[in-house]
Design a protein around this ligand. Structure first.
Ligand code: FAD
Length: 441
C-alpha cells in the first residue's frame, strides 16, 4: 500500500491529544483472525463506511467493515463536529457550466438532504451527541466580505430554499459574536455535534443490525478474481462479492489502484481550550452557541462547546511530522489569540490534526468504480464530511443494493479525475495555499 504523505500522518501521534477521545469510549472490535467471506466488504470505518454498513446490515445483508486502525480513527473521530452544508467547493457558476442549472439545484438539495439525514438518524436512533447551534454562522473577515454575504442571499434561497439572517457589525456584541468581524450571516441549516458520540452511536447500531466490524484490519491489496473480490488483510484474506471503498483522506494509491492520483489529502488542525467561564466569555464578548467560520479562503472554524471549552480549527501543515504539527498548532494559537484577545491566557488543553480529501473537480464522488465490477467508492468531502460523508454512506448502500430510489446528482457521479504529477501531486499545494492566502488580504 502506498500513501502520498509521510508515514507520520498515518500513525498515532497526530491524534494523540484529541479532546473527543476523552468524551466517550467506543466499544473495541476484534481483529480478523481467520480467512473469511462476506457479501459486502467495506474498507474504512468512518462516517461513510459505518453509515453504509448500518443500512446494508439493516436490510439483512452480510456486511463486514474493515478498518486499518480502530473505528473512527480517521477524520470521523477527530473533526470539528460541524454538521453542515458543503462537501465540495465548486461554485454555482462552475456547476451550471459543467452540469447545468437543474443538476446544480439537485446537488445543492443533496447537501441540505445530507444534514437532515444526520438529523433524522440522530433523532430516530435517540443518539446523545451534545448537539447545539441553529444553523451555521459566517463571519465577515473584511468589510467587502459582508457585502458578498449580503449579495449571496438570493443564491442561498434558490439553492437551499431558506432565507439567511444577517447581523450588522453594530449588532454583533448583542448576539454574543464580538470579535474582529464586519458582520455575520447565519444560514439556518445545520448543527454541531460531538463526532465521537455520533460514531459511538453509528458503530453500535451497525453492529446491532448485524454488521461484522474488524479493527486493525489493514487492507493491503484488493484483487478481482473471476467472480469475487479478494482483500488481503495481513495474514488473512476476506473474499466478498462487492466492495465499498470509504477511506477518504486516508486513502492510498493502491487500495484500489484506480484511486491513484484521484484524491488530494490535505490536513486540518484543531485546538481546544480548557472550559472558559461565563465571566471570561462575557469579557471577550463571545457567548454564542453558534458554530461559526470566518470568510477567509483559508478559513478558521470555531465554536463554544457545551461545557465551555472553545474549539478552534484551521488548515494544517503541508508536510506531516511532529515539527509540522507543532508549527500548525502555534499558528492556530496565534490566530486564536488575535481573534479572541481576552482569552490569551486561557490554556490550550488539546490539539490534533487529521486528513481530509479534496478532488480535482472540487466535488465529492459517490458511485461505481469505473471498470471494476461490484466495486463502489465514496470520497472527497472537502473538509465537510460529517453530513455529506454520512449521506454518501447511505447512497453507497443503495447503490450496492441496486435500489431504484437512489438519487445522485451528476455532479457527484462523475468519477474523479487524476491530479497532475501523480504520487508527487502534493507539490502543487504550496502554490495553491499561497494564492489563497494572498486573496485573504
Ligand atoms: C481536523 C478535522 C476537522 C474537520 N472538521 C469537520 C467539520 O467540522 N465538519 C465536517 O463536516 N467535516 C469536518 N472534517 C472532515 C470530516 O471529518 C471527513 O470528511 C469525514 O469524517 C470523512 O469520513 P470518512 O468515513 O469518509 O473517512 P475517515 O473518517 O477519514 O475514515 C477513513 C478510514 O479508512 C481507514 N482506512 C484507510 N485505508 C485503509 C485500508 N487500506 N484498510 C483498512 N482501513 C483503511 C482509516 O483507518 C480511517 O479510519 C474535518 C476533518 C478533520 C481532519
Amino acid at each position: 500500500m502506498r500513501h502520498i504523505f509521510p508515514s507520520y500522518a498515518y500513525g498515532p501521534e497526530p491524534k494523540a491529544h484529541c479532546w473527543w477521545d476523552e468524551t466517550c469510549l467506543i466499544p473495541q472490535f476484534s481483529s480478523l483472525a481467520a480467512d473469511d467471506t462476506a457479501s459486502i466488504a467495506i474498507i474504512g470505518g468512518g462516517f461513510t463506511g459505518l453509515n453504509a454498513a448500518y443500512h446494508l446490515a439493516k436490510a439483512g445483508k452480510d456486511v463486514v467493515v474493515l478498518d486499518a486502525n480502530e473505528i473512527g480513527w480517521g477524520a470521523s473521530g477527530r473533526n470539528g463536529g460541524f454538521c453542515c452544508l458543503g462537501g465540495g467547493t465548486a461554485s454555482d457558476a462552475l456547476l451550471d457550466l459543467r452540469f447545468g442549472k437543474q443538476d446544480r439545484l439537485h446537488y445543492r438539495a443533496t447537501e441540505k438532504r445530507a444534514v437532515s439525514y444526520v438529523d433524522d438518524l440522530i433523532q430516530t436512533l435517540g443518539l446523545d451527541v451534545d448537539r447545539h447551534s441553529n444553523g451555521e454562522t459566517a463571519l465577515a473577515h473584511r468589510a467587502k466580505d459582508m457585502n458578498h454575504l449580503l449579495a449571496s442571499a438570493e443564491q442561498i434561497e434558490e439553492n437551499y430554499g431558506v432565507v439567511p439572517q444577517y447581523t450588522s457589525q453594530d449588532d454583533m456584541a448583542a448576539q454574543g459574536l464580538s470579535g474582529p468581524f464586519f458582520g455575520a450571516m447565519t444560514t439556518p441549516i445545520g448543527f454541531a455535534l460531538n463526532p465521537r458520540k455520533y460514531l459511538l452511536g453509528l458503530a453500535t447500531v451497525a453492529r446491532d443490525a448485524g454488521a461484522r466490524i474488524f479493527e486493525n484490519a489493514d487492507v493491503v491489496k484488493v484483487e478481482r478474481t473471476a467472480n469475487m473480490w479478494v482483500l488481503d488483510v495481513g495474514n488473512f484474506q476476506l473474499k466478498a462479492d462487492k466492495v465499498i471503498v470509504a477511506t477518504n483522506g486516508y486513502s492510498s494509491e493502491t487500495v484500489p489502484d484506480w484511486l491513484a492520483g484521484r484524491y488530494m489529502p490535505t490536513q486540518s488542525n484543531v485546538i481546544v481550550t480548557r472550559p472558559i467561564s461565563d465571566q471570561e466569555q462575557a469579557e471577550q464578548g463571545w457567548t454564542s452557541a453558534q458554530m461559526a467560520f470566518d470568510t477567509r479562503n483559508l478559513l478558521h472554524y470555531f465554536r463554544l462547546l457545551p461545557d465551555g471549552r472553545f474549539l478552534f480549527g484551521m488548515r494544517g501543515g503541508l508536510t506531516a511530522s511532529a515539527r509540522s504539527d507543532l508549527r500548525s498548532m502555534q499558528a492556530a494559537l496565534r490566530d486564536f489569540r488575535k481573534m479572541f484577545p481576552a482569552w490569551s491566557q486561557v490554556d490550550i488543553t488539546h490539539n490534533w490534526s487529521g486528513m481530509v480529501s479534496v478532488a480535482r473537480s472540487q466535488l465529492p464522488f459517490v458511485g461505481q468504480v469505473p471498470d471494476a465490477e461490484n466495486m463502489f467508492a465514496g470520497l472527497s468531502f472537502h473538509g465537510n464530511g460529517v453530513a455529506m460523508g454520512s449521506y454518501v454512506g447511505k447512497l453507497l448502500s443503495q447503490l450496492v443494493m441496486n435500489d431504484d430510489a437512489v438519487s445522485r446528482p451528476l455532479a457527484m457521479s462523475d468519477p474523479p479525475a487524476q491530479f497532475p504529477f501523480g504520487a508527487a501531486r502534493r507539490v502543487i499545494m504550496p502554490a495553491v495555499y499561497a494564492g489563497l492566502a494572498i486573496l485573504d488580504f
